[in-house]
Design a protein around this ligand. Structure first.
Ligand code: HEC
Length: 305
């Protein structure tokens, strides 16, 4: 009688966790800092459910071979601890997602992980209801496949997608915007560089939320010209004299809904700003602001006293 309509309490929590994904992402820098701090535990937390689930499957395999023994409590315990650690992995990942500093690739990973929790609930219920080993094994295979896929989506984010590196992709840069380079304007008495006076303010507005200070996505700092020449996990973000071959320009030019587009969310870089950045990478790195063509004069921010 009891067994027929029983749903374990785990479902409630799993549904609640799913609901949290609907929260808006952080808007203030301090909120982003806190979310990233909590999310820092994610790489550690993700390995727990993987290990615990492997243990549960092992118990199941032994259970199938020794039907005489009572394995139900062990499977039940295994499912429970895997689910618990899965929730922790999910929550720490969720904080990274809500920090808004990860590109859209994080969403499928998050959803797949949530489906993994749902599948675990199902497994738990099937075990509790005293189903046969055959049925339990079928659900276990399903849980394993979902876990593998969720893990794969997470791996693509941290280790990068190998297909993005194929040689014929690397040079498929789009048409370069042509800029009418007029006579240079002299900014008399202004001893700043092009970077300081005109480029940095753009980066500050569009990129530095995720590429400065302690928030170095892909380990890329965009605070100085040197840091950008050095680049992040995939190498130089820009190549002096070759804007078209510079990763930061390539990624700005991707379609806005491409998950590699930079920045991943608005405000995006405008065409005019891109033209300035292209000129700067081609001819303006390390140059004084007086070298800037007149077309870009409006980008120069007043010097602070
Ligand atoms: C909201 C956060 C965010 C903003 C804003 C942002 N980025 Fe990123 N950026 C990321 C993340 C996350 C990654 C790593 C994942 C990836 O490669 O897509 C990344 C990676 C990169 C990379 C690749 C670095 C490497 O070595 O793999 C470049 C280049 C880059 N960003 C350039 C820019 C530029 C240029 C801007 C501003 C126009 C910008 N980003 C703004 C989050 C951001």
């Amino acid at each position: 009688m009891r067994a027929c309509c029983q749903f374990s309490g785990l479902w409630l929590w799993t549904l609640l966790l799913g609901g949290l994904t609907l929260l808006p992402s952080a808007r203030s820098a301090s909120a982003v800092d806190w979310l990233l701090f909590t999310g820092g535990f994610h790489p550690l937390a993700v390995h727990l459910p993987i290990g615990l689930w492997a243990g549960t499957v092992l118990i199941l395999i032994v259970g199938v071979r020794r039907p005489a023994m009572l394995f139900e409590p062990w499977l039940r315990g295994g499912a429970l601890v895997t689910w618990l650690s899965g929730c922790i992995a999910f929550l720490t990942g969720l904080t990274l997602y809500l920090s808004g500093t990860y590109s859209d690739t994080v969403k499928p990973h998050l959803i797949a992980t949530w489906i993994f929790l749902v599948a675990l609930n199902l497994f738990y219920d099937v075990v509790v209801k005293g189903a046969g080993m055959k049925k339990i094994s079928v659900v276990a295979v399903g849980v394993s496949i979902i876990m593998g896929y969720a893990g794969h989506l997470g791996g693509v984010m941290t280790h990068g997608d190998i297909f993005a590196e194929v040689p014929w992709q690397a040079h498929a840069a789009s048409a370069e915007p042509r800029v009418d380079l007029e006579a240079a304007v002299l900014f008399e008495g202004d001893d700043r560089t092009v970077f300081e006076a005109a480029v940095y303010p753009i980066l500050d507005e569009k990129c530095l939320l995720c590429h400065a200070g302690r928030r170095l996505r892909a380990k890329l700092s965009m605070e100085t010209e040197e840091a950008m020449l050095k680049g992040g996990v995939s190498g130089a973000a820009m190549v002096s004299g070759n804007a078209d071959g510079s990763m930061m320009i390539e990624r700005m030019r991707l379609p806005e809904d491409d998950e590699l587009h930079m920045p991943p969310m608005e405000p995006f870089v405008t065409d005019e700003e891109e033209q300035l950045l292209v000129w700067w990478i081609n001819e303006g790195i390390g140059q004084p602001v007086s070298a800037l063509p007149a077309t870009f004069a409006s980008f120069v921010k007043p010097a602070e006293e």
